[in-house]
Design a protein around this ligand. Structure first.
Ligand code: ZN
Length: 307
């Protein structure tokens, strides 16, 4: 069903919130901690509901040395906006002094830019995908980012990576253009996956680099079927991990990119109300009795209008 979410590493969490919530106009749908490193934030941004396919999430590592994007990583994360919204986004990025370049592939125009920590992003106009009703800081529904359009995977083993997308995940091959191989999934968002078949050399994790890409599955039962199927195809898959807002399994494709398969349910409004989600730090039950200590360690962050 396409992408569930993309997770990347960034630096200071307030700079992260200022960019994704205030500049890009996304909703901060969940403020929680990294379950594997509870003294660090895990921040989730998406559309007004935080629907799968609209989500980008961040592990904030303030002060850490930047990573390097290389082979076996999601090189570019794409956002989709309504048709006719591109000029709005050029003007908006200019007003926030975010430099961009314009590029074209598969007959589509892309606006490419970086977030404050060097993560590569792009915006593309498409008809498909429901509009995003979250309005903030001058971004209205007519222009708002609908969600993820897809991603570009950097792979030095493009044949193997293409084979996983085609024969394991069941995406449909669209075609080839230059060094790009394009695939498509059944959903309307997070559905266009490009492989860039170039060697970028070895990268390493750190701010500005994507950590993993997660694909959608309908429910727990289907996830277990996926787990067996991926394993039968020769991949080492983790046990199911409860991420509170979805369940997750992980495996690494042969090109090196870390793939996750995540369930759509239960979603982000199950531990706080839809109206207020994203405002308070939410902790999984196992960390709740450490709330006071964790809140004293975590840097306070807020969604605010910036000029
Ligand atoms: Zn994930």
């Amino acid at each position: 069903m396409g992408i569930h979410h993309i997770t990347a590493i960034v630096g200071h969490p307030q700079e992260n919130v200022d960019f994704y919530a205030s500049v890009l106009g996304l909703r901060l749908v969940k403020k929680t901690v990294n379950f594997g490193d509870k003294v660090r934030y895990h921040l989730y941004f998406g559309n007004e509901q935080g629907n799968p396919g609209t989500l980008i999430t961040f592990f904030a590592l303030p002060g850490a040395e930047n990573g390097i994007v290389g082979d076996g990583e999601v090189g570019v994360s794409s956002y989709v906006v309504p048709v006719g919204a591109m000029q709005f986004w050029k003007n908006r990025l200019e007003s926030f002094k975010v430099s961009y370049t314009e590029t074209e592939r598969f007959g589509e125009q892309y606006l490419q830019f970086q977030d404050p920590h060097g993560l590569l992003l792009e915006i593309v106009e498409r008809e498909e995908g429901a509009s995003n009703k979250w309005e903030f800081g001058g971004v209205t529904e007519d222009f708002a980012i609908k969600g993820l359009g897809g991603a570009t995977l950097y792979s030095a083993k493009s044949t193997e990576t293409a084979d996983v997308l085609d024969n394991v995940l069941g995406l449909e091959l669209v075609g080839k253009e230059g060094e790009y191989i394009r695939f498509k999934s059944a959903s309307e968002l997070g559905n266009i996956i490009d492989i860039k078949a170039t060697s970028f050399g070895k990268g390493h994790q750190g701010p500005g680099v994507v950590h993993h890409i997660a694909w959608r599955t309908k429910d727990d039962a289907e996830q277990l079927e996926w787990r067996s199927f991926v394993e039968e195809n020769g991949f080492e898959v983790t046990p199911v991990r409860d991420r509170n807002y979805f369940k997750a399994i992980y495996f690494r494709e042969h090109g090196g990119t870390l793939f996750e398969i995540a369930t759509d349910p239960p979603g982000f409004a199950h531990d706080e109300s839809w109206e207020t989600m994203g405002e308070k730090i939410m902790l999984p039950a196992q960390f709740e009795d450490e709330r006071e200590e964790l809140e004293s360690i975590l840097i306070p962050v807020e969604v605010r209008e910036i000029k």
